[in-house]
Write a protein that binds this ligand. Structure first.
Ligand code: ADP
Length: 618
């Protein structure tokens, strides 16, 4: 479908009509010099295959200029081009938006409420939304946020080390930007390798006028270099990126800089422009450096060093990296900068082929090129970003009603703590309770068909006994007793850690009731922590039955990460992670170890996966 994509910036407007599936651009417009109060704004319209049209724009404020420009563009495109919806780039989605949404009054209000966090951008974005709604009242308008992709950053990455109450009051946390681009190029990389993005750990380097890196772990952004504002991180065109905050205090003391002066210095007079002294255009700086200009050389060195430093850091954050992607004006076009950044990354398994790097040329018809040497454990790619296409794709997904899960808030897994319990055969039930005895259901458990019973047994170990252990129904074809490590110490037994049903060569134990006693030959295990899910859940999470995953638990009193969590998939299951009482206690989750299965407030998210390659499903 055709999507009108609108990117309304503080001093310019860009818009394009894009075929969402192919990414083909049917026409673009650009309005420059808005609101500068000096010259009138001017409009450029480009329809591929036709001459560029330049017009004076009768208005130099956003709404007037946008209406005029869009009408002109639609006229030039002609009646045959039908628009299915309008996608708006919105820079800041705050904490509220972790995915694109249809813009209604509530969303518009929320974007307005976020203005204090993006005082230059969100008002312009809103002006664009309002003007476009006037023009296309009968179409759906979708907001696509630059911050949304980074809402999956874990708390430890989002949080600055300042008083949490102050941080909370003012929403001082790492939001990250360039999300549309990072998401787009990470996916293009996965497409290039003919794999799913959920199989890859990618570091995406967006190096344009603004620059940022993201650590995209299995499709989710878990670190990014821009922070609460787009000032943090890499060296940029005119922005300093990271600087010791102490230097600013010092400048205030020594030079009397007030906060506006600091703002100007760091946002407009620093970065490549500040270092080189000749402006922010990397082409000029490279030329200057080639001609022996020391400040240009320094600018290039500092820029490349900072990127390389972040690549190393993000590889450590993800515990490895499968691909490094260069994009943005500099990342796509500057072979010199890529080769400088790529030096000394061999320890990550990233080996650049310098010839391929020099010759790499990406653009609308050729979006991805590999620049790695053969073999290279970590692939190096140049990818042409296309934020307009990214916005059109996301908007089209919302319109089609099947937006991909962003693996954010609702991709969490409920956690239940499973207390010690026994599963019995009918034969054992009768030995313990009398001939013909049937278990009495007490309450249903979350997995369909399963229930806790009224009946209890005593576990008798060589050292001690544990009384009142719940039986779970229905009866099974084999006996199985599931206890925690602490129970093992109490009983004086040693139970292997096993998945349910895997009881070969496990020890037995004695079960006792008022009526009788049975000594099992096998079946005593310490249950392997596991997650029940349906095949649909498994698709969403990108896992298969038998995979082992790492789960980050939040919502209890102590966040922690469990490794070696088994995935169990069946259409009969309901999504839930089961841990035992020791594990629940470690995360401060379980309050009551008596219930057979206790739901908790906590949830988990999948951090990483190991696929079991010997499963039949492979
Ligand atoms: P924006 O963030 O404004 O979208 P771009 O992604 O277009 O910016 O990147 C602009 C930067 O890319 C500028 O520093 C420009 O000098 C640089 N650039 C573009 N082409 C080249 C090139 N061939 N060699 C080096 N740098 C380039």
């Amino acid at each position: 479908m055709n999507i009108l994509v609108i990117n309304c910036g503080s001093s310019s407007i860009r818009a394009a009509v894009i075929q969402s599936r192919s990414g083909k651009t049917l026409g673009t417009l650009r309005v420059e010099r808005l609101c500068d109060g000096v010259s009138g704004s001017n409009l450029k319209i480009e329809i591929p295959g036709n001459e560029v049209v330049e017009l004076a724009c009768p208005s130099d404020e956003h709404e007037g200029a946008l209406s005029f420009a869009i009408k002109q563009l639609m006229e030039k495109l002609g009646d045959s081009v039908k628009i299915a919806g309008v996608g708006h780039r919105v820079v800041h989605g705050g904490r509220k938006f972790d995915r694109p949404v249809v813009i209604d009054a509530e969303v518009e209000q929320a974007i307005e409420d976020i203005i204090p966090l993006a005082p230059l951008h969100n008002p312009a974005n809103l002006a664009g939304i309002r003007a476009a709604k006037e023009l296309f009242g009968d179409l759906k308008h979708i907001a696509v946020f630059d911050t949304a992709f980074h809402r999956t950053l874990p708390r430890r990455a989002r949080q600055y080390a300042i008083d949490p109450q102050l941080a909370e009051k003012h929403q001082i946390e790492r939001f990250g930007f360039h999300g549309v681009s990072h998401q787009y190029v990470a996916r293009k990389a996965a497409d290039f390798f003919k794999t799913d993005e959920r199989e890859l750990r990618v570091i995406t380097c967006h190096l344009g006028n603004g620059c940022s890196l993201a650590a995209v772990e299995y499709g989710r952004s878990i670190e990014t270099s821009m922070g609460m504002t787009p000032l943090e991180g890499l060296v940029m065109g005119t922005r300093s990126g990271d600087i010791d905050p102490g230097a600013l205090i010092y400048l205030a003391q020594q030079e009397g800089f007030d906060i506006n002066r600091v703002d100007e210095l760091l946002n407009r007079e620093s970065g490549l422009a500040g270092l080189s002294g000749i402006g922010n255009d990397m082409r000029d700086i490279e030329k200057g450096a080639a001609d022996g200009d020391e400040r240009c050389r320094l600018a290039i060195q500092v820029f490349a060093h900072r990127v390389r430093k972040y690549i190393g850091a993000y590889a450590a954050v993800m515990g490895g990296v499968d691909a490094i992607v260069f994009t943005g004006g500099i990342g796509e076009n500057s072979a010199l900068m890529r080769s400088r950044i790529g030096q000394r990354l061999e320890f990550l398994g990233a080996r650049m082929d310098l010839d391929k790097n020099r010759e790499a040329k990406v653009g609308p018809d050729n979006r991805v090129e590999s620049i790695s040497a053969d073999p290279s454990r970590c692939q190096l790619l140049v990818v042409a970003t296309n934020e307009e296409h990214g916005i059109a794709e996301q908007a089209a997904q919302v319109l089609a009603g099947h937006q991909k899960p962003t693996a954010a808030v609702d991709r969490t897994i409920p956690i239940a703590v499973s207390a010690r319990h026994v599963h019995l055969t009918q034969e054992t039930v009768e030995a313990l309770f009398g001939e013909g005895y049937e278990l009495t259901p007490r309450n249903p458990l979350s997995q369909p068909g399963q229930f806790a019973c009224e009946e209890l047994v005593t576990l008798v170990g060589p050292k001690n006994s544990i009384e009142r252990v719940r039986i779970l129904g229905p009866t099974r074809s084999a006996n199985q007793v599931e206890i925690s490590r602490t129970d093992e110490f109490a009983l004086g037994v040693d139970a292997p850690v096993r998945g349910s049903g895997d009881i070969e060569n496990s020890p037995g134990i004695t079960l006792r009731t008022d009526h009788g006693e049975v000594t099992l030959e096998k079946g005593l295990i310490c249950a392997l922590r596991h997650i029940h899910m349906t095949p649909e859940d498994a698709t969403n999470f990108g896992v298969k039955d038998g995979d082992m995953v790492e789960i980050a638990v939040t919502g209890g009193e102590r966040d922690l990460i469990f490794g070696d969590v088994l995935i169990r998939v069946s259409p009969k299951y309901k999504l839930e992670m089961h841990i035992d009482t020791d594990e629940g206690n470690a995360a401060h989750l379980s309050r009551d170890a008596q219930g057979a299965l206790l739901s908790t407030e906590a949830t988990g998210i999948i951090r990483s996966r190991r696929t079991r390659f010997d499963t039949a499903a492979e």
